[in-house]
Design a protein around this ligand. Structure first.
Ligand code: NI
Length: 143
């Protein structure tokens, strides 16, 4: 039987800045522009988590969406919503808070819980603005 891909969407908002302490103010501005504003800026993020699997013959589910939603809420929304990504989030400590880096770290947080719930995580799409989003398809390599 061929797999089915199921996606759950959740939202959160958070502040961040793109900034390297080891760079001068000028260099940070040159590379990161307005995103380097010292007093932070915020985004309304949307996260789409896609899980792959063969529907369970008893339930018809690839993964129970109640379980998937709870995993995302506990592991992503709770630690990130209304937070400062540079300062407040243990699993983002020391990480330059670009959307690319954040999506990789989120992957590492939800991969095992989704596996434990019987699903296979295959993709996370993290939407930062209506014009920008990133997609990540896996790997557990550290950044
Ligand atoms: Ni930003």
């Amino acid at each position: 039987m061929k797999p089915v891909y199921i996606t759950r969407r959740e939202t959160f908002n958070a502040a961040h800045k793109l900034w390297r302490e080891d760079w001068s103010d000028e260099k940070n501005w040159e590379v990161f522009g307005k995103c380097s504003n010292k007093n932070w800026h915020g985004h309304n993020f949307t996260i789409w988590v896609t899980v792959k699997g063969v529907p369970n013959p008893d339930t018809g589910f690839v993964i129970n969406l109640k379980d998937l939603s709870k995993i995302i809420k506990d592991s992503v929304i709770e630690p990130l919503d209304h937070r400062n990504l540079n300062l407040d989030v243990p699993f983002l400590k020391g990480v330059l808070a670009s959307t690319e880096n954040v999506v990789i770290k989120i992957w590492n947080e939800i991969l095992d819980p989704i596996k434990d719930a019987g699903g296979e995580l295959v993709k996370i799409k993290l939407v930062e603005t209506e014009n920008n989003y990133v997609e990540y398809y896996g790997g557990k390599e550290p950044i």
